[in-house]
Structures are given as structure tokens and as C-alpha cells.
Design a protein around this ligand. Structure first.
Ligand SMILES: C[S@@+](CC[C@H](N)C(=O)[O-])C[C@H]1O[C@@H](n2cnc3c(N)ncnc32)[C@H](O)[C@@H]1O
Length: 263
């Protein structure tokens, strides 16, 4: 499916509300810090996450905290996995999203679906592995502890996941259908505000041409700048933005042939 057709389909399915250009324009007119994503009580936690979300949360011994993807964002993420027929997902920043996608695959929605999740916090990785067992997704996800290391990103120096650690265990084979970026956490120990900028170029070798790229927190100033840079450098073809939760940016890895049967 070519990119224009995929964009129309995602808009039709209600998974895209705005073009990224609309958001850049709104952001520039509003001024101030994070006007599109002000900090406020997490009232959206009352939104519906869908049946798989409900099953997973019911099996946990704690309520989702403010670090977890919101229910509406998780519902949207699963709908995107379905819409593009993704069976191999690379996730940066693990947690509830890993559990719900793994359960979705384990329940047969996506046959042999599998997630490779990366996280900088070894304690968090152990907790997610334990929770995967408890929520029935352990056979459909692997979670790796990967340290943040200094790196150059254009004219900036920042810190991000050490992709060489991932390559040593899972050599890149351009066979992932979807990259979901929800880390490093802004303010993570050893991280910087720009830590998500190099994730796309560094993990590009794992992605097939035409793979879907989903970035959470897309309404924040920093993420908007990161999206602007990715688009300017041609790293991603813009699809649009979902207003679910704190905003999900959707883009596509260039190079898919128009005749590809998979999206
Ligand atoms: C935005 S969170 C990722 C959330 C994940 N995608 C989810 O849906 O739960 C980014 C990072 O924050 C860290 N993190 C997660 N939960 C945390 C908590 N309760 N306290 C501190 N850090 C946390 C983890 O290292 C995670 O990779």
C-alpha cells in the first residue's frame, strides 16, 4: 500500500486527526512552554482502553501509573498494529504497552506476533518480564536492558539506548514492521531532553521499508522538534498525528514499493 493510501485509510479509521504540519503551526502560534501538552491531572485515565487493556490491567497487582501509556493511546496503538498487519514490533521504553501488545498477539490477533522491547532500567525490565508472565504475553515479547550511552545526533550531543547492545543479541535484518518509541523517559537518569532524537536513525537498520513509526508524547515541544528534524532529514514520511493521550505521531519508513501487500 502506498503512503498516500495508508494515510487516507488511517484517517478514515479515526487513527489520524491532524497533519504534523498543522501541529507545528499551532505550536508556533501559541507560544509558552508545552502549550499543546500542559501538565494537568491525568483525567484521561478514565478513557476506555478496550478489552485487551482491561484484561491486562485486571491481572496486574497495581493500577497503571503516570508513566504508562494512557488507555486511549493503547487502544490506538493496538488499532495501528492491526491496521498495518504488524507482527514484529520493536519498542523503545517498555511497560504497560508491552504487556498489552503481547497479550494482543498471544490472544491470536496477529498470529505469530512478537515484540522486542528495550529499556534502560534493569529493575524495570525484570518487573515487566514478571508481569508478562502474569498477563499471558511472555511467549510473545522479549525485554532487554540496554544502557543509555553518549552519542552525536546532528549538531547535538545527547545520550540514548546503545543500539550496539541490541545488535549483539538481535542483529538487524530490516524485518520489523513497527517501531514504537516511548523512551528514553524525559528526565531519566543519564538521559537528556533530546534522547529520542537519535532513536530513529540508530534503529533504522531493524526496520523494513514501509514500516510504521509511532512516537508517543507527540504534543510536547521537544517531540515536535524531533519530528520536524526527522521529517526535514527524510528519515520518515509523515502520516499524521493521533490526539489520543499525549499525542501519537505516525510516520513511515521510506522506500516501500507501491505493490507491497503488507501495509
Ligand atoms: C514513558 S515510560 C514507558 C512507558 C511504557 N511504554 C508503558 O506504556 O508503560 C519511559 C521509561 O520510564 C521508565 N519508567 C516506567 N515506569 C516508571 C516508574 N513508575 N517510575 C520511574 N520510571 C519509570 C522506564 O524506564 C520506561 O522505559
Amino acid at each position: 500500500m502506498d503512503t498516500a493510501t495508508l494515510r487516507r485509510k488511517l484517517r478514515h479509521d479515526g487513527l489520524i486527526s491532524l497533519d504534523s504540519g498543522d501541529l507545528f503551526g499551532l505550536r508556533d502560534k501559541l507560544g509558552g512552554s508545552n502549550p499543546l501538552s500542559p501538565s494537568r491531572p491525568y483525567f484521561w485515565r478514565d478513557e476506555a482502553g478496550g478489552p485487551v487493556y482491561d484484561t491486562v490491567v485486571a491481572a496486574l497487582d497495581h493500577a497503571p501509573d503516570e508513566y504508562a501509556l494512557t488507555p486511549a493511546s493503547i487502544r490506538t496503538l493496538l488499532a495501528l498494529v492491526e491496521a498495518v498487519g504488524a507482527t514484529r514490533v520493536l519498542e523503545l521504553g517498555s511497560g504497560l504497552s508491552t504487556l498489552v501488545m503481547a497479550r494482543h498477539f498471544a490472544a491470536g490477533q496477529g498470529a505469530d506476533g512478537h515484540i522486542l522491547a528495550v529499556d534502560e532500567d534493569a529493575g524495570h525490565v525484570s518487573a515487566v518480564q514478571h508481569r508478562l508472565e502474569a498477563t499471558g504475553g511472555a511467549g510473545n515479547a522479549a525485554v532487554m536492558a540496554v544502557p543509555l550511552v553518549p552519542c552525536d545526533a546532528g549538531r547535538l550531543t545527547t545520550r540514548t539506548y546503545d543500539h550496539r547492545v541490541v545488535a549483539a543479541r538481535h542483529p538487524p535484518a530490516a524485518d520489523f514492521d513497527l517501531l514504537f518509541i516511548d523512551g528514553p523517559r524525559m528526565g531519566a537518569p543519564g538521559g537528556t531532553a533530546w534522547s529520542r532524537l537519535p532513536t530513529l536513525p540508530f534503529f533504522r537498520p531493524w526496520l523494513r521499508a514501509g514500516a510504521l513509526v509511532v512516537l508517543d508524547d507527540a504534543l510536547r515541544d521537544m517531540e515536535l522538534e524531533i519530528i520536524r528534524l526527522w521529517e526535514r532529514e527524510g528519515l520518515v514520511q509523515p502520516l499524521g498525528v493521533s490526539l489520543a493521550g499525549q499525542g501519537l505521531y505516525l510516520g513511515r519508513i521510506p522506500g516501500a514499493s507501491a505493490t507491497e501487500s503488507n501495509a
